[in-house]
Design a protein around this ligand. Structure first.
Ligand SMILES: O=C(O)c1ccc[n+]([C@@H]2O[C@H](COP(=O)([O-])O)[C@@H](O)[C@H]2O)c1
Ligand SMILES: Cc1cc2nc[nH]c2cc1C
Length: 341
């Protein structure tokens, strides 16, 4: 993308976008709630599906919505921190998995097809990893803005649901550092096994997260500064896509630990900025539960997944499809001639 086309040329552009957020449609929400109350079921019997459908109706401005064009976008990035031995897999797997996505062989390809979602994959400068954040900031301001802009541009205007996912060997280390910078606590609270570290490597990883936070301390007071200091290109791109979705009133299903860490930059900068998002699932990555609690989002699913790629969120698309099929398709008590309770 030419620089002149980039959505974010400066940090001020990002602050402006965050200051100017769309809100849900209160009338559609009230009408959806009224409809939910007269559907042929005991009140509340569809549990969290009911609030889920009403939430979606409010963001779409339609009290009886369908879900026709779910879009999954996966961003891939490489991380200098991998040189410190923080992953069970080598950095080359990031590009190899991008090839696997293109060939249709990854889990997310199967899940996208299962739930009728489009799938776009954006590799971000894979042959130019971010800097090792124990040595200095992972990204320059311009690198971070370029990745945010790529994410912003990746969202289809006519999508009616967005799932953002990622692929990036080493990115659970970045996500742990970002979560710790934003939400406080000890590095070990946020550090998990990623692709499968043993106990020794896990405690070394927490030490590396801690060193990275000390090294970048001057940048961490500001959420955007934290994103560029210890994040990565795919994290910034996910954040850009999530912000664009808010501007287009496209509801978002968040995926696992890395996706949630990236999204939480906006929640920290402006509480409520993620009101258009739900948490798709609870990842097995240590720290994800704590992070979901920090942003106040209970997960829809808890299946022990720790894959990334948007996989947990893609499964939750099926839950939302079910919620909307019931909400928009069920008969009312009056229509069905069923006696109200
Ligand atoms: O989504 C999650 O919660 C999640 C948890 C653990 C690992 N991952 C995936 O595994 C990769 C990062 O793991 P690691 O060990 O290389 O930091 C990256 O490609 C992620 O998509 C993803
Ligand atoms: C094989 C593999 C597939 C992945 N998909 C998302 N993260 C991943 C990490 C690895 C190692």
């Amino acid at each position: 993308m030419a620089m002149s086309e980039a959505r974010f040329g400066s940090v001020e552009d990002v602050a402006d976008a965050l200051a100017d957020l769309q809100e849900p449609d209160g009338q559609a929400e009230a009408a959806a709630r009224a409809r939910d109350a007269v559907l042929t079921k005991p009140p509340g019997a569809l549990g969290r599906l009911e609030e889920l459908a009403i939430w979606y109706a409010a963001w779409r401005g339609d009290p009886r919505p369908g879900l026709a064009r779910p879009q999954i976008v996966v961003f891939a990035g490489n991380h200098g921190i991998v040189g410190q031995g923080v992953s069970a897999f080598p950095a080359e797997v990031t590009a190899q998995m991008v090839a696997n996505f293109a060939a249709g062989g990854a889990a997310i390809n199967q899940l996208a097809r299962t739930f009728g979602a489009s799938l776009d994959v954006h590799p971000l400068d894979l042959d130019r990893p971010t800097a090792d954040f124990t040595q200095g900031p992972a990204m320059s301001e311009q690198e971070c803005l370029a990745a945010l802009s790529t994410g912003w541009a990746a969202v289809a205007d006519d999508a009616d649901l967005l799932v953002v996912g990622e692929m990036g060997i080493g990115n659970t280390t970045s996500a742990a550092a970002l979560a710790c910078a934003l939400w406080g606590g000890a590095a070990a609270d946020w550090t998990g096994r990623g692709t499968g570290l043993d106990d020794t490597a896990l405690s070394a990883k927490a030490g590396i997260v801690s060193r990275g936070l000390e090294r970048n301390a001057t940048l961490l007071g500001d959420p955007m500064g934290a994103l560029r200091a210890v994040g990565g290109r795919e994290l910034a791109a996910m954040a850009g896509a999530i912000l664009r979705a808010r501007h287009a009133r496209i509801p978002v299903i968040l995926d696992g630990f890395i996706c949630t860490a990236a999204a939480s930059v906006w929640e920290k900068a402006r509480p409520g900025a993620l009101d258009h998002c739900v948490a798709g699932h609870l990842s097995a990555e240590g720290g994800h539960g704590r992070l979901l609690a920090a942003i106040g989002k209970p997960p829809l699913l808890s299946l022990g997944l720790r894959l990334g790629e948007g996989s947990g969120a893609a499964l939750a698309v099926g839950v939302l499809q079910g919620a909307l099929a019931c909400h928009s398709g069920m008969a009312t008590f009056a229509e069905a001639g069923v006696t109200d309770g």
